[in-house]
Ligand binder design. Structure first.
Ligand SMILES: [Zn+2]
Length: 497
């Protein structure tokens, strides 16, 4: 018997669940003499697992660890008394108010005292007129790559890199960033561990591996790894889930679906030249319209969207024609293309890249030159985003440097070169929250993010001072963020008693 045909016969039986498992056992016994022992074992285990495997791997139980012991929640209900609220949208603070959080949701906001039922285990936070605001959102983050040097990422044990990423995730939350949109890297395990309370960190909207063409911004192969034949081995960054190299619409579709299969909430494609990659000019346009469209269709069928890395007008325009809903970077844009983004309602996820102390460490001179080109476009990009009222998101895209990660809030504060503090904070809260929701029915955290309003998810910061008057307060979260709450759980409370 041909192995392939016996597998084809066994599969439909396996698919019907527990009954299928019994059938599968019988068939497996019959096939035992014909098939290799390892294949029998594989078929057996698939058949037995089928009954419990419904929606995917997440149905398998976590190892039963208690949630992290350092969380400070006093109970399922928290009452913030006497806060002035920056709600994520308005330019002014509210009148002194009280905010009741129940479970993971903001249940009630009132200028009158809120009474809770007797005997309820209520954690009362007497805020004494301090400012309550939504948790910050970084719309362009790389949880695995932000704080780790590039050479280490390319050479170190992957499990070690994940432990570093977990430490960084906790630091990210402690900077007041309660949500990140991860635009490339193997974060599915980290996200799961955080969501289950095994580790501390922000909500993660994962893209999984970023998808790149050969010689594109995500092609980190060494020259000795070329050429690759179609069925050749994957390179290190592909095996690790950092990049997926795909050429042709079919390959792009396959790789996009693989990310969705693992839980990606949006798909990230490299659609033009980049800084950190030495083998593609910054001016290059990457992928063809048909290739980008293949990813867009795969994402759209899953209710979500594609966002692309692109700097130049040509790369941006091709991606827009192909149906992407968000552009990352775009610092070298021209005026007609900015207007096009506004007209089509495309999101522009922009970073305040400047030639200053917060520039990413780049080892090679080619990348250094490209970084300067990009930084030179930043001022123009923000001016055009403002002029045409493009839907603009805030992100940092910090890479390869632990010191830089500590500047996450400081990078946000730089937006006051172009915006008022209220506008800058709105971008990093309510506006970014709207972008997160673009992930549609696969949104991993359904509910409103980035706002303080009744019914929204309870991601909240209590600030010692008024960030609308002094945005520099967010540069020092250790000192100025007295309470950090995510999903209704308090992770930090240094409010003086
Ligand atoms: Zn990035």
């Amino acid at each position: 018997m041909n192995l392939k045909s016996s597998w084809t016969q066994i599969r439909p039986v396996l698919a019907v669940g527990a009954v299928g498992a019994v059938f599968a056992l019988r068939i497996v016994r019959k096939l035992k003499r014909l098939l290799s022992p390892s294949l029998v074992l594989a078929a057996l285990s698939i058949g037995l697992c089928q009954a419990s495997l419904g929606q995917g791997d997440a149905d398998l139980e976590a190892p039963g660890l208690p949630t992290f012991p350092t969380t400070l929640a006093g109970g399922p209900v928290t009452l913030f008394q006497n806060v002035r609220i920056f709600d994520g949208a308005s330019a002014a603070l509210s009148a002194p108010s009280n905010v009741l959080v129940r479970g993971n949701t903001i249940e009630r906001i009132s200028v009158n005292p809120i009474t809770v039922e007797a005997n309820a285990n209520v954690h009362v936070i007497a805020a004494n007129g301090r400012v309550l605001m939504p948790g910050l959102i970084d719309a362009h983050w790389h949880a695995v790559m932000a704080a780790t040097p590039q050479m280490l990422l390319m050479t170190a044990d992957p499990s070690y890199l994940q432990l570093l990423a977990a430490r960084q995730a906790e630091a990210t939350l402690m900077r007041g960033f309660t949500t990140v949109r991860d635009l490339g890297g193997p974060v599915f395990g980290l996200k799961r561990a955080i969501d289950e309370g095994v580790m501390i960190g922000p909500r993660i909207y994962p893209s999984g591996a970023f998808i790149s063409q050969t010689s594109g911004h995500g092609d980190f192969r060494f020259s000795f790894e070329l050429p690759r034949t179609p069925a050749g081995p994957l390179s290190h960054s592909e095996v690790e889930g950092i990049a997926a190299i795909a050429d042709s619409p079919d390959e792009v579709r396959l790789r996009a679906r693989e990310q969705l299969r693992q839980g990606a909430s949006q798909i990230k494609l490299m659609a033009g030249g980049g800084v950190a990659s030495p083998y593609n000019p910054i001016e290059s346009t990457q992928y063809t319209e048909a290739e980008i469209r293949a990813a867009v269709e795969a994402a759209d069928n899953w209710g979500t969207y594609v966002t692309v890395h692109a700097y130049t007008p040509r790369a941006i325009r091709q991606a827009v024609v192909a149906g992407v809903k968000c552009i990352e970077h775009g610092h070298l844009i021209d005026e007609p293309t900015a207007k096009l983004l506004a007209d089509k309602g495309i999101w522009w996820s922009l970073q305040p890249f400047l030639d200053d102390e917060d520039a990413s460490p780049l080892v090679n001179p080619v990348s250094q030159k490209k970084a300067l080109q990009v930084a030179a476009g930043t001022d123009n990009a923000y001016k055009l985003a403002k002029k045409y009222h493009v839907k603009t998101a805030f992100g940092t895209d910090i890479l390869f440097d632990a010191r830089l990660t500590s500047r996450q809030g400081a990078i946000l504060a730089k937006l006051v070169r172009w915006y008022t503090p209220a506008e800058a904070l709105k971008m990093a809260t309510a506006d970014n929250g709207e972008l997160m929701a673009l992930s549609g029915f696969i949104n991993p955290y359904p509910g409103k993010l980035g706002v303080v309003e009744e019914g929204a998810l309870a991601d909240l910061l209590l600030v010692d001072g008024n960030p609308l008057e002094n945005i520099k307060l967010i540069e020092d979260p250790d000192k100025n963020f007295l309470v950090i709450m995510k999903d209704g759980t308090i992770y930090k409370n240094t409010l003086p008693k």
